[in-house]
Ligand binder design. Structure first.
Ligand code: ZN
Length: 189
């Protein structure tokens, strides 16, 4: 699925637990973290028609979709959070939510399934892939993203914070105020 879908699912997942602002951000970003290995798409597209094209996306996409990287992310979460174990474990779960979503629906336009080398770089024996995998831009992904967006808006209205808090608390407060002016103030905080 797309980084936007992963981000929103990470956010909704983080909101299932009692976390502070920084911990929510950590758990949310853990759901996007595996796609850091997809940043190679930028140099690859930029050099596509050059004499020395860089195939960084083709070569490395999914190279961080691994158990080893999930542990690294959990360790970082542990180091940054106040509720260390809780945030580390939720980040680990959030990372795996990303992997699950990719197995469900991330088939490339060319039909390639992008198997997940879960035990890399230690072993390439396990390649996670599901035969029924749908395309990256297929309708279920659109439906899931719209649903997550609606949940995110509802959470913002109800709880008083949204992912905008990661950029600026003032922007977030203004956003929640706008929502509540439009849809009324929730009865219970
Ligand atoms: Zn991914």
């Amino acid at each position: 699925m797309s980084p936007v879908t992963h981000f929103l699912s990470g956010w909704v997942f983080a909101n299932c637990a009692r976390l502070d602002r920084r911990e929510r951000a950590i758990v949310t970003l853990a759901c996007v973290a595996p796609d850091v290995d997809g940043l190679g798409i930028i140099p690859e597209l930029l050099t596509r028609n050059s004499s020395h094209p860089l195939l960084w996306f083709t070569l490395y996409h999914h190279s961080l979709h691994t158990l080893a990287f999930s542990v690294a992310v959990a360790v970082i979460a542990f180091a940054l959070a106040r509720q260390r174990w809780k945030t580390a474990l939720l980040s680990l779960a959030s990372f795996h939510l990303h992997l699950f979503e990719d197995i469900l629906g991330s088939r490339g336009p060319d039909g390639y399934q992008w198997p997940i080398p879960y035990l890399a770089p230690f072993s390439s024996s396990l390649q996670l892939v599901w035969r029924g995998e749908w395309g990256l831009n297929a309708w279920p992904n659109v439906a899931i993203t719209v649903l997550l967006l609606l949940i995110t808006l509802w959470l913002a209205w109800r709880r008083g914070f949204s992912p905008l808090e990661m950029i600026s608390q003032r922007v977030d407060t203004d956003f929640v105020r706008t929502l509540r002016q439009r849809f009324g103030v929730p009865t219970i905080g």
